[in-house]
Design a binder for this molecule. Structure first.
Ligand code: UD1
Ligand code: CA
Length: 549
């Protein structure tokens, strides 16, 4: 039996010890340089209409507004077109104790992506030229969750997690030479939308403040940093839940962990922050008081939709974030012409796509890189992962399909299980209690009942009878079964692989096929039937009952 391993977040590698996970140190900051900004979206947070960043997030329609004027009161430095460039800094080095997990909370999947990846996608969707991610806890895993193939993303390493302010300071060397705005984001904001970031940065620019923060109002603000305003209504400081007085705790406006700072008003003042607080950490939020003391005004943008800007700290909040992302996806799909019978019980991952006039019944999950064509129907309780479905295919209730390709006009289910690398050509049928794995079913072929088809290549217009089994495993290795075009396999047939049934052959029901079958032949291997006249009358149960004992 295979040893059971505990579930772990997608993309995460197992560490040796559960308490202090093995962190593979990443290259120190000195070794890394900010990657060059690619030309098309380098100059502004707002890219031109059809930028690559826009295309990367098909479900986040980008507001196509003209680039606004640079506020007059900002000093204009002659440093070329990069001057007003906005850089994103994502804080992702913490562990997140309240998740009660072996894994950093940023690795936990929600609506098909690790938490931190949603934040990266939001900055990408907002057209940010470059993004620096601060990593530390489970650095390698977090780096992989972010995706390290994108040239616009760089990583800074925070060796010890001494707080959010310390995390920002750990990225200072990476930011060297950048003198535009820095959009700072906690890494635990999976529901954040690119449009919100665009609006927030616009707000920051319009106010020309050294620092702007994004806030929201909560009925139950427990756990979050509270935004304390003075009599004039200006933000005077942020106080963490653990440092707050009873009065301060009653404040319902919270800090969301989304900031925009002029880089020149960021690092130098932040170095004055101390660890003089309940958690003994360097708080990024101390920056507000420090700037205020220097006589500078901090701007605050109050976001009306709290659900979008709440950090995920525990499993309950993770589920809530999932719910709002799935709901958002459902709405996008309905707007594009997909019928969801019950959007509240339909779970479609962010990167999945569904074509027009498709109908999705309740309780369906369409996960990962799944792509459904037009006029597809997915029945109640089905689960599709990394699967492509062609136009007009109907999937009846309770099917499980993973890493497979299904053509057009197919019919699947109810209760079918298509395991990885199954491929159905157009108009193929797979019915109840049929399991396939690494198997191709040619055009118009049918396997309608109770079969196991593994490591098989089946041609077109073949009929696979009920109860057919490919015996693909000999205890050591897997072998292939090849069934050519227009073959008829009678019910309850075992095909002992490796074996080939050639074109147009016919296999009698109940056969065990161990040798190749020639084209157009009949293969039959069951024991010949014998009828014994009168036997039951003498020896059957009725005979016993009637006194012939
Ligand atoms: C922080 C804010 C709080 C705000 C809340 C919103 C501070 C001091 N407090 O609190 O005002 O209401 O977010 O959710 O900033 N991180 C690092 N390195 C560290 C510590 C944290 O990279 O040393 C990262 C974490 O991985 C996480 C983010 O920073 O992505 C926020 O950390 P978290 O511990 O969740 O902050 P909160 O205590 O919730
Ligand atoms: Ca938090």
């Amino acid at each position: 039996m295979k040893k059971k391993t505990r579930p772990r977040p997608k993309g995460a590698r197992r560490s040796k010890r559960s308490t202090q996970p093995a962190v593979v140190p990443v290259a120190p900051p000195a070794a890394t340089r900010l990657p060059p900004a690619p030309p098309p979206i380098a100059t502004s947070l707002r890219p031109a209409g059809a930028s690559a960043a826009h295309a990367a997030i098909p479900n986040s329609p980008y507001p196509l507004r003209p680039v606004g004027p640079v506020p007059e009161d900002r000093p204009q430095e002659a440093r070329g077109s990069n001057r007003r460039e906005t850089l994103a800094l994502i804080l992702a080095a913490g562990l997140g104790k309240r998740m009660q997990s072996r894994w950093s909370k940023l690795l936990h999947p929600v609506a098909g992506r690790p938490v931190v990846r949603h934040v990266v996608e939001a900055t990408r969707g907002a057209g940010v030229a470059r993004t620096v991610v601060v990593i530390g806890n489970q650095a390698e895993e977090v780096r992989r969750a972010v995706g390290d193939h994108d040239k616009r993303i760089a990583f800074a390493f925070q060796k010890e997690q001494l707080g959010t302010g310390h995390a920002v300071l750990s990225a200072e060397r990476m930011m060297h030479g950048h003198d535009g705005d820095v959009l700072i984001l906690n890494g635990d904001l999976p529901a954040l939308r690119p449009e919100t970031l665009v609006a927030f940065v616009d707000y920051h620019r319009a106010h020309a403040a050294p620092l702007s923060l994004l806030t929201t109002v909560l009925a139950d603000p427990r756990g979050y940093g509270r935004v304390i305003r003075n009599y004039g209504g200006d933000v005077s400081r942020i106080v963490e839940d653990s440092d707050a007085s009873a009065d301060e705790r009653a404040t319902q406006e919270i800090n969301c962990g989304i900031y925009c700072a002029d880089s020149r008003s960021l690092f130098r003042p932040l170095r004055q922050a101390t660890r003089n607080n309940a958690q003994g950490e360097i708080y990024l939020t101390d920056l507000i008081e420090i700037l205020r003391k220097e006589g500078r005004k901090v701007a605050a943008y109050r976001h009306p939709e709290a659900g979008e800007v709440l950090g995920v700290n525990d499993r309950r909040e993770l589920a809530e974030a999932g719910r709002s992302l799935y709901r958002r996806k459902a709405e996008t799909l309905m707007r594009s012409g997909v019928t969801l019978i019950d959007p509240d019980t339909t779970y479609i991952d962010m990167q999945a796509t569904v074509g027009r006039d498709s109908i999705i019944e309740p309780g369906v999950m369409i996960l990962g890189d799944s792509h459904l064509g037009d006029d597809v129907r997915v029945g109640l309780g089905s689960r599709l992962v990394d699967t492509t479905i062609g136009d007009g295919t109907e999937i009846l209730a309770y099917c499980v399909i993973g890493s497979s390709k299904v053509g057009r006009g197919c019919r699947i289910g109810p209760f079918s299980h298509l395991r990885p690398e199954s491929a159905l050509d157009d108009e193929a049928h797979v019915g109840n209690f049929v399991e396939t794995k690494k198997t191709r079913l040619g055009r118009g072929s049918k396997a309608n009942h109770l079969s196991y088809l593994g490591d098989a290549e089946i041609g077109r217009d073949a009929n696979i009878g009920a109860g057919t089994i490919t015996c693909n495993y000999d205890g050591v290795a897997k072998h292939r079964t090849i069934i050519e075009d227009e073959v008829f396999i009678g019910s309850d047939t075992q095909l002992v692989a490796p074996v080939r049934v050639r074109r147009g052959a016919f296999v009698g029901a109940g056969s065990t096929i161990t040798k190749d079958v020639p084209a157009h032949a009949l293969a039959i291997s069951r024991v010949r039937q014998e009828n014994k006249e009168g036997w039951a009358k003498k020896h059957g149960p009725l005979a016993k009952r009637d006194g012939h004992k």
